[in-house]
Every structure is written in C-alpha cells, then in structure tokens.
Design a protein around this ligand. Sequence first.
Ligand SMILES: [Zn+2]
Length: 262
Amino acid sequence: MKIIDTHTHLNEERLYPIRDEIYKKCLENNVVKIINNGDTFDSWKVIDSLAREFPSFCYSAIGIFPTEGSGNLQEDINRLEEAIKSTASLVAIGEIGLDYSRDNSPETKAKQKQLFNAQIEVARKYNLPIIIHSRDAEADTFNTIIDSKFEGNVTLHCYSGSFQMGLRYLRHKKNVYFGIGGVLTFKNAQRLVEVATKVPSDHFVLETDSPFLTPHPFRGQLNDSSKIIYVLNKLAELLDRDVEELAEEIYQRSLRIYNIHE
Ligand SMILES: [Zn+2]
C-alpha cells in the first residue's frame, strides 16, 4: 500500500525540527510521498530545501496565501516566477485562493481576487496544477476558478463546501479534485461525510494539512503526515471499500494530478 499526503507543511516551525522522525514514521505507515505547500515568501526556500533533502519523498507547491500579498502585485508575481524556476520538485502552485475570515471588506476582497487571478495565470503559463485555499469565500472561489477558464487540475484543499457545491464544480469543470483530511474523522463532520458519500469518489485525494487538523483520536496533538492513515481508514469505512484498493486508486490519481513520476 502506498499513500501520498497531497497537502502538508513540513516546513512549519513545529514540524521542521523533527522532520527526520516524521519521515521515518511516514515510511513505516506507507506514506511514501508528501506535497509541502509553501504559502509565504519566506517558506519557499524551506520548501525547496526539503525537496532536496528528501528526494522522491518531498514535493513542492509554492504560492502566495490570500492574506500574504505585499500590496505590490507585480512585484509579488515576479518573485513567484523567479521561485518557480529554482524550486526543486515543483508540482503545483498553492496554496492560493480567498480567505475572508478575518476581513471581508470590499477592498480586501478585491485585492485577494486580483492576487488569486494573477497566480492562476502564472499556473497557466507554467502548466502547473493549482491547490486552493478557500475560507468564508465559497461563491467567490467558485466564480474565480470557473471564470478563469483554467484548464489545469484544481484541488480544493481541505474541502469544506457542501456536496451540492462539489457537484456544481464537477458540472463546470471535469478536473476538479477534493482534498479530504482529518476533519472527516471529527464527530461533527456531517457536512464532509455527506461530501464523501455523495460526490463521485474518483475526485478525492487525501491530505493532512499537518501540523493542523489532527485526526481523531489524536485531536489536540500535533499532526503529521503519517496520521493520514486515519483519514484513509475513515473514508474506506464510509465508502464501504477495501482500504488497500482505495489507497491504490487515490495514490495513482494523485500522481496523475501532480504529474509525479516514480
Ligand atoms: Zn495548508
């Protein structure tokens, strides 16, 4: 059995110092690849160094988080393009998107949409998939992605929308994927359980978003990629599928989405 964690942050300050230990735990739990998402300017060089330190284990996604733009859009995009050229094992632009949770003023929304759209254009130019962060911005995220007519693969990281919205995405764009993480194991996961059982499962990928969103029964503890097996097991249970078979399907799909060759 092989598993890929399609969304994690091994660069994060709580995980980075114990990366060797996490790497070992991952391999012991069949987690053979992870995609680190660097979403601040400072994170990009750490993401790159991880890919060089753990070749064919760590892959890179880089982008500018909705709230991390400097205010100078052209400068930010130039920096992103420079980093794309130098980042090892780069497989996506992410995480990018919209986050209105702290400030939903019209000015902030407009700025975030500009930054989001500009990064979608970068992904198009370099032929890279995008990994989406969306919080309190469901409709705007949907409209931005669909209106952009972006042809590449799109993963909605830690998908928190309704199953109806999930189906709506698939009616408008065939290559949209839903990142399923630790929330699925939570007791109050009704909304995501509905997604897991009503959205076609051939659009699912697995993720931890570690160090965040630690799955049950470890809530309150630090999350890491090895704990993704609890998400896999829960998904297999909900879909009434054989764990190994489901894992293999999701693994192969993830390699295809991110154009990763073993
Ligand atoms: Zn993340």
